[in-house]
Design a binder for this molecule. Structure first.
Ligand code: GLU
Length: 462
């Protein structure tokens, strides 16, 4: 069975790059009917924060990336790491080192000055030291020429072993280093596929040496290209990229983000839009692109607009609720809200825009954009508004019939249809720009239309 994992360090919020890594692991697991595990790599006590754990969990949940096991926390697994460390020590595959920081620093400096790559010189390798205060545990790297592995995306990768020294696996304070904890976790959690950013490629040989020392089979590795900004540098805030929760607040749909993230470095023919179900069905690591993906804000917006246009109104309503906190939605029937959504969904790129555009449906009294109101709510329009109010009772609230009615009104009164429509539009919405007037009237219903026209009359009078 395929088992993948997403192991964020809780030192910040979930960003696009991390979310894409999580998504690829999740899709690969779901496609193969395997398991997806969440684990927090929180051994860096200074930088790891509970608030980031919570926000990463919330972001994953919102995206719909559910996990089958976890969340595990490395900070709660120290005993496990220690038992493996003990085993390596007892088998002579790791040794204690008493070299102090100052000496190591000095040697490092000397090597750098000589133009050499700094490496531990093996001072303690054959001292047969046992555990003790201030002693770190180092792995005894075997005498080999190279370390080779098959990356699922890149094929054979060869590292000269001479670049690797006897690196530390347990620090002198007893905490495991990243390489050691990751490998022990991946072994004990039965991870079969490690899909991660290619910034981790150079970590892989060290991790493979730990597998080797433990006599364990390594998982398959797939190192995916980083996400870059439009300028080719690694994607960051500077490029306008936000955290997942910020995208949520800016009015992006989770399924639009998923669609966009999947397309960041993965493709299926030239298909642009995918539902989550389609992604699960079609996701294959072989279709991951080896050249780095570039973040494109406009494309993200276009995908969001597409999913707003093409989503069920109920789904949109669910996702819009957090944007309607200022209103008591219980005052409106679901039917009313759904038909209001229908009138704005083709005009909005984000839920935020959509919510703003829907404001006039939810307020008791609309606020006028004053300049427009003064321009269109003028004395000569007053008799027409009065006539509309009178006729309302018998007026069929059907888009075609309403159009006919307004045309007639324009002909008979000699006032331009455009001016009548703008006046009514401002009366109903407060603004010059809105969804189609007749659509709006239909949704608002006669009661609300009447009240708003009466208010417009008062405005004219005043
Ligand atoms: N905690 C590491 C990171 O956030 C993950 C390393 C891995 O996938 O092995 O980059």
């Amino acid at each position: 069975m395929v088992v993948t994992r997403f192991p964020p360090s809780p030192t910040g919020h979930l960003h696009l790059g991390g979310a894409r890594t999580a998504l690829f692991n999740w899709l690969f697991a779901r496609h193969n009917k395997g398991k997806f595990i969440l684990r927090f790599e929180d051994t860096d006590k200074e930088r790891s924060k509970k608030e980031y754990v919570d926000s990463i969990i919330e972001a994953l949940k919102w995206l719909g990336l559910d996990w089958d096991e976890g969340p595990y926390f490395q900070s709660e697994r120290l005993e496990i790491y220690n038992s493996y460390a003990k085993k390596l020590f007892e088998e002579g595959k790791a040794y204690y080192c008493e070299c102090c920081k100052e000496v190591l620093e000095k040697k490092k400096k000397e090597m750098l000055e000589k133009g050499l790559k700094p490496k531990y010189d093996g001072t303690c390798r054959n001292k047969n030291l046992g555990p003790g205060e201030g002693r770190a545990l180092r792995i005894k790297v075997p005498e080999i020429k190279e370390i080779v592995f098959e990356d699922l995306l890149r094929g054979k990768i060869v590292f000269p072993a001479e670049e690797i020294d006897d690196f530390i696996i347990v620090r002198s304070d007893g905490t495991p280093t990243y390489h050691f904890a990751v490998v022990i976790d991946d072994i004990t959690m039965g991870i079969t596929h490690v899909i991660r950013g290619d910034d981790h490629i150079s970590n892989t040989p060290k991790q493979l040496l730990i597998y080797e020392a433990l006599g364990a089979y390594p998982p398959e590795f797939a190192h995916i290209p980083m996400v870059l900004g439009p300028d080719g540098a690694r994607l960051s805030k500077r490029h306008g990229a936000k955290s997942i929760s910020e995208y949520r607040e800016a009015g992006f749909l989770p399924k639009a983000l998923i669609n966009y993230l999947a397309r960041l470095g993965w493709g299926y023919g030239d298909q642009e839009y995918f539902t989550v179900e389609e992604l699960i069905e079609k996701f294959d690591l072989r279709d991951v692109n080896l050249s780095p993906a570039r973040f494109d804000q406009d494309k993200l917006l276009a995908i969001n607009a597409y999913w707003i246009r093409n989503s069920d109104n109920k789904y949109l309503l669910e996702n819009l609720k957090s944007f309607f906190k200022a209103y008591d939605l219980r005052n409106f029937s679901e039917e009313y809200l759904l038909s209001a959504i229908e009138t704005v969904k083709t005009r909005s790129k984000t839920l935020l825009e959509m919510a703003e555009m829907m404001e006039f449906y939810l307020v008791e009294e609309v606020k006028y954009d004053l300049d427009s109101a003064k321009k269109f709510l003028v004395p000569e329009i007053k008799p027409l508004l009065q006539k509309i109010i009178e006729d309302l009772k018998d007026l069929p609230f059907d888009e075609k019939k309403l159009e006919e009615y307004f045309r007639n009104l324009a002909e008979k009164s000699g006032i331009k249809l455009k001016n009548i429509a703008q006046a009514v539009r401002i009366a109903l919405t407060g603004k010059m720009v809105s969804p189609g007037l007749f659509e709006i009237m239909k949704v608002l219903g006669k009661e609300r239309v009447k009240k708003r026209l009466e208010k417009a009359l008062k405005f004219i009078e005043s």
